[in-house]
Design a protein around this ligand. Structure first.
Ligand code: FES
Length: 111
């Protein structure tokens, strides 16, 4: 038996996920909705961040997840191929491939 449907006004919206991005130019913070692409979110917030291809081939968007790795979707099959499995195991990700799931917070360091 299905539970009764709730009016939309009673459904709690999913909370945004807090992300800190550490770059050579400084630290930046942003909050993004679940299922956001990490690189698109960073660039959309106006944060200066290296990237080029968005297709897991150039490696320029590489980052190390310092906190909250469990709040990201597991690495795609493309990431170990570009970064090596050792780097992936150390928490490195390609921001263009990483999807934010939550609950956060997430801290990443570019490079
Ligand atoms: S932007 Fe090229 S690998 Fe992510």
């Amino acid at each position: 038996m299905r539970p009764p449907a709730m009016p939309c006004s009673e459904v709690e919206p999913l909370a945004n996920i807090n992300i800190t991005v550490k770059t050579r130019r400084g630290d930046y913070t942003l909050a993004v909705p679940p299922r956001s692409n990490l690189l698109r979110s960073i660039l959309g917030a106006g944060i200066p961040y290296r990237w080029s291809c968005t297709q897991a081939t150039c490696g320029k968007c590489q980052c190390q997840v310092l906190e909250g790795v469990e709040s990201l979707q597991r690495p795609t099959v493309n990431e170990p191929a570009r970064l090596s499995q050792t780097l992936v195991d150390m928490g490195f990700r390609l921001a263009c491939q990483a999807k934010v799931l939550g609950p956060g917070p997430i801290v990443i360091k570019q490079g």
